[in-house]
Design a protein around this ligand. Structure first.
Ligand code: G4P
Length: 285
């Protein structure tokens, strides 16, 4: 299957990021906890190389709790500050402030030595489309905070959201483009719904997802579609037929409607109804 390349605008987005990153102390990078590597663009390592970094494993409510712990350790071992969050409900967001202080300790210390007092840490939120940047900014900043408007020395039009005396957030997130390093990355992005479904062959994608789920989350999958514990091997296509049966997906004349079952499966998976599932492990990124 051909996975879509994000068209155009990449250079423009990158230029804007470069410009914005020069204004800030801290990069808050959102990744999708279900695919923490495939939802990253490693260009951010180069773009934000002299900045502090806080990685947020967002949508952690949809991901496998055990895998979340392993991914936290993975990023920590690589020198990043990292937290598990749910931008939608706000879970985990309270831990951010202390983490920011920890991540920016050197900068705060440097300011103090130079006699600069009360200069808040300035942060930008970045991530690939659909990772939850806007949701995060809204929940984190909430309604209480004020926009500080233009400041001297800041590119005209940029808005800073003042969260408190220690932290300001650029109100426009930076968009990173997913990096389609190999077909697996494209596939995983498609599975979580980060691509335009219209261009995808849903039954093929569903079969790929089913192969993964049968191998890694078999019990949860069988339970969801009320399939009796299997005595023999079930292939992905057989499983799709079983979903057709369970959900009464038939065309006229009792012919199974695989497309309908595939769409239903993808929807169930994306909204967490099959369970908390992570699609990539630290060992085989
Ligand atoms: P973006 O700015 O990075 O493009 O992403 P955005 O905030 O628009 O979020 C994309 C979708 O992800 C939204 O769903 C949002 O509600 C959902 N989302 C964001 N963070 C989380 C999270 O931590 N957990 C879960 N479960 N979902 C999250 P949507 O379908 O577009 O809208 P809605 O149905 O939620 O209204």
């Amino acid at each position: 299957m051909n996975y879509q390349w994000y068209p155009g605008h990449m250079t423009k987005a990158k230029r804007m990021m470069q410009e914005n990153i020069s204004l800030i102390d801290l990069v808050i990078e959102l990744v999708d906890a279900r695919i923490p590597l495939s939802s990253r663009n490693p260009d951010i390592d180069e773009l934000g190389k002299n900045k502090s970094r806080l990685i947020l494993l967002n949508k952690s409510d949809l991901a496998d709790p055990g895998a979340n712990k392993l991914w936290m350790a993975y990023f920590r071992e690589r020198g990043f500050h990292v937290l598990e969050v749910n931008a939608k409900t706000g879970q985990g967001l309270r831990q951010i402030q202390p983490k920011v202080q920890e991540a920016c300790r050197e900068k705060i210390e440097r300011d103090r030595k130079r006699g600069i007092k009360n200069r808040p840490v300035r942060a930008i939120v970045v991530g690939i489309p659909n990772v939850g940047k806007s949701t995060f900014i809204n929940s984190f900043a909430g309604k209480a905070c004020t926009k500080t408007g233009n400041k001297p020395g800041v590119t005209k039009g940029k808005q800073w959201i003042r969260l408190n005396k220690d932290l300001e957030l650029l109100d426009t997130p930076g968009i990173l483009w997913p990096k389609f390093e190999n077909e697996d990355v494209g596939k995983r992005l498609a599975m979580i719904g980060s691509m335009n479904d219209e261009i995808l062959q849903m039954t093929e994608l569903a079969a790929e997802l089913l192969a993964y789920l049968l191998a890694h989350y078999r019990q949860a999958l069988l339970a969801r579609y009320q399939v009796e514990e299997d005595a023999e091997e079930i292939t992905p296509l057989q499983m799709l037929s079983l979903i057709c049966e369970n959900r009464k997906c038939y065309k006229k004349g009792q012919e199974p409607d695989f497309e309908k079952a595939a769409a239903l499966l993808m929807d169930d998976f994306r909204s967490g109804r099959i369970g908390r599932i992570t699609l990539e492990t630290c060992e085989e990124p």
